[in-house]
Design a protein around this ligand. Sequence first.
Ligand SMILES: *[C@@H]1O[C@H](CO)[C@@H](O)[C@H](O)[C@H]1NC(C)=O
Ligand SMILES: *[C@@H]1O[C@H](CO)[C@@H](O)[C@H](O)[C@H]1NC(C)=O
Ligand SMILES: *[C@@H]1O[C@H](CO)[C@@H](O)[C@H](O)[C@H]1NC(C)=O
Length: 382
Amino acid sequence: MARRALRLRRRLPVVLALCFVVTGSLCGGGNAAAAERKTVGVHELKRGDDFSIKVTNWGATLMSVILPDSKGNLADVVLGYDTVAEYVNGTAYFGGLIGRVANRIAGARFKLDGKVYRLYANDGNNSLHGGHRGFSKVIWTVKEHVGSGDSPYITLYYHSFDGEQGFPGDLDVYVTYQLSPPYVLSVLMNATARGPSPRATPVNLAHHAYWNLGGHGSGPVLGSTVQLLASRYTPVDPATLIPTGALAPVAGTPYDLRAPAPLGARLAELLRRRREGVSGYDTNFAVDGDATAALRPVARVRDGETGRAMEVWADQPGVQFYTANGLSGGVRGKGGSVYVRYGALCLETQGFPDAVNHPGFPSQVVRPGQVYKHHMVLKFSF
Ligand SMILES: *[C@@H]1O[C@H](CO)[C@@H](O)[C@H](O)[C@H]1NC(C)=O
Ligand SMILES: *[C@@H]1O[C@H](CO)[C@@H](O)[C@H](O)[C@H]1NC(C)=O
Ligand SMILES: *[C@@H]1O[C@H](CO)[C@@H](O)[C@H](O)[C@H]1NC(C)=O
């Protein structure tokens, strides 16, 4: 009881602060229903006594994933913050649900059905991760929450309005986080052009957890073994990180992770051969296999120290492999931990970067009447 009261007291200033930051008129205007809908909270899913996650409706963000190792030691294996207020401030996209279009769009512009759309440029001249205030920086609505039992889940909903961050048309977006036996976390995303002004729009959702299977504060993940089931990648212009449009074979390059490889050694090789601006992996790989298969294996990661392992499965054409190069300055996270460069890795299953400007890449355009679906499954073992 006392603990719950304390938690509520700590949460209240957060909600108030968010009202000012994000939805001043809704919270201050006496519209009780709207204010209620926009409340920010933290929701737990718990399977047994050794597998649980926390999710906030701020950005549909995954705040923690608690797992055992073979000795039964529990650890939180995703980077993040203790409080929602810090996510509001944060710039690293820790655990966020990224959209409307994850990754970069060159020149923050694209042409669709003969019309040019201009987006918010927040990465040099490019749009990155949906713009200045993408889906990871808005308040979602909790639609359903079953916190315990055999397959606990939470479903969050966001309505993206016509013209938001420059994107065309209304869009309904859902994400469900679900735990299932033995130690499986599923992320199910969908989107449909629905609302007063539905239009064709690019959609590319991605879940952006920073994984450190040794524990979120355990330092660089260079002792991990990584396997990516991808024979090709999309090379980029190193100055802008925009794809050239080519699909290059990984064979004979530091991008060849088809067999399980020690990340530290591969990264060292990448940096030795580095071109200007490259400080680690931040690369889209084309996942091997049948693109129409419901789910394909994408990646396997194993932490050498604890033996915790993760398999990533998804039904998307690509996966952005990122070694947290941007944490170079050190970011203060949960429990006072300081997260450093290479202190985690991201495996963001998604479509290819800038696909809307590359007719040769798998299309990300969703038209009214069509459904965008993205199924991502993380299977943990130890
Ligand atoms: C957010 O950032 C501002 C400016 O850097 C800082 O003053 C404030 O303490 C931060 N808030 C949180 C909750 O981290
Ligand atoms: C942005 O575009 C302008 C005009 O083309 C160019 O001069 C500038 O170098 C670009 N900036 C970046 C960061 O690419
Ligand atoms: C999208 O997901 C939500 C939540 O699971 C579900 O209710 C809805 O039917 C899904 N929409 C489509 C078009 O599949």
